[in-house]
Design a binder for this molecule. Sequence first.
Ligand SMILES: [Zn+2]
Length: 212
Amino acid sequence: MEIKRLDLGHLFIRKEQWPVHGYVILHDRLGVVLVDTGCGGPDEVLRYFEVVNRTVADALADHDLAPIDVNLVINTHLHFDHCGQNPAFEHAPLMVQRTEHERMLRERDEVTEWIEASGMQFELIDGSTELADDLRIVTSPGHTSGHQSVVATTELGIELFIGDAAYTRRIYESSGMGNLPDGQAADLDAWRGTLTDLKALEPQRLHFCHDG
Ligand SMILES: [Zn+2]
């Protein structure tokens, strides 16, 4: 298994710049698995977060890949900076938790409308799901109620694609003691419980979406 980080541009929250990353997992059996697709959505949302976008096609090209090479997409959750370029992967299953899809419909905002208008079809999954002996999806609620993360077993040990269960290593390590950035935890108790569960996996390597 090989892992590549994608540079998908950056965005700003209250004048603070945050990088946006997705990840490619080159898997022997599953082929090219993509975790999160980067920013996209309605103009007003992109403007609000001052998004400096990079297309997922350009980010994949850094690694000699193209969108058509991707066999499976996993969205950690349905925020605009994680599923925004899903339309580039019409040919691939888009795996998301059913509870996350329900949350998106319940909380309805302009991103919901954009997702619906795009016609993207999700493969809805219920809870933790094994994709292969060495690759699985685990639920990690708190950032959003239906958030999920991806766990790989490589020669290094456990590698965790954490999504937005923690924006950065600092937040992961501090477990939310001190100030949290806007939006980190929609449900603080669930979010803390998730960090405890993820730490119990004893990951050797962590892959963040919004860390340097
Ligand atoms: Zn995010």
